[in-house]
Design a binder for this molecule. Structure first.
Ligand code: 5RP
Length: 259
């Protein structure tokens, strides 16, 4: 993707992460190597490891997807130690409630200590592509409301340059063709995501475009640019709301990457 410069505020890996105030679960960092085989097991490992970032007595932000579902299962075990969660989708809300965890509206709570969510791709600086589960808009809202984004992902999600995964973009339906043309001018091919033969309708009543053919080398600039196109609700690049930490599930165990 040409034409976008890297913004000075982009940070590289290795930045220290602040201490948790009251972490419920002690750190996993010094654990012996754990050997996991399947992708499902890797997701369960990082879902469990994310508990160490949940702050006792504080509402936690919860994302959407199969990795987050593992986190919700783990969170159920400590539900008595938190007031509840803010959820990024109807699907996660349903799971949280089924697990006995109270769900708050984002407007009922102030700043959150942490937001825990998966990703479709994450680069070496913690920038992500998200929205494979069509929940990107609410995910970005809660991420922006949270002090730290803790990304939980298996190692297949780690990339050098964002863009191999088709980029999800939530759009207002009447702007669909105009937005498709704008992506075409950048070398991207956008398609309306379908479900059961019809355009998928998000929790917000909008549509999703999936864009292939992009190499997003300057995620901050790209996100800012696309987000101001008329009709774009949210672009699935999370650079302004990038991860502070990624718990990456690998065959050797959980790697903690700080950005
Ligand atoms: C949903 C998302 C998910 O975090 C992303 O798609 C990863 O999902 P999974 O954990 O199932 O691989 O952005 O909108």
């Amino acid at each position: 993707m040409g034409g976008f410069r890297v913004q000075p505020e982009e940070k590289g890996p290795g930045q220290a992460v602040g201490q948790q105030r009251h972490p419920i679960i002690p750190g996993f960092r010094n654990q012996p190597r754990i050997v996991a085989v399947s992708q499902d097991e890797l997701k369960a490992l990082v879902g469990q490891a994310a508990l160490q970032y949940v702050v006792q007595g504080e509402v936690v932000g919860v994302g959407t997807g199969s990795t987050v579902n593992k986190f919700i299962e783990a969170l159920a075990g400590i539900r008595d130690r938190i007031p509840g969660a803010v959820s990024s989708s109807d699907a996660s809300t349903e799971r949280l409630r089924a697990a006995g965890i109270r769900v708050f509206d984002a407007n009922e709570v102030g700043e959150l200590a942490v937001y825990i969510d998966g990703a479709d791709e994450i680069d070496g600086a913690g920038h992500m592509i998200k929205g494979g589960g069509a929940a990107l808009t609410r995910e970005k809202i809660i991420a922006a409301q949270s002090r730290r984004f803790i990304c939980i992902a298996d190692e297949s999600k780690r990339v050098e340059v964002l863009g191999r995964f088709p980029l999800p973009v939530e759009v207002i339906p009447m702007a669909t063709q105009a937005v498709i043309r704008k992506f075409a001018a950048l070398g991207g091919a956008a398609q309306v995501r379908q479900r059961e033969g019809r355009p998928l309708v998000t929790d917000n009543g909008q549509h999703i475009l999936d864009v292939t053919g992009l190499q997003i080398r300057s995620p901050l600039a790209f996100e800012s640019e696309v987000n101001q196109w008329p009709g774009v609700v949210t672009v699935g690049v999370f650079a302004h709301q990038k991860a502070a930490v990624c718990l990456l599930g690998t065959a050797g165990g959980v790697q903690t990457l700080n950005y």
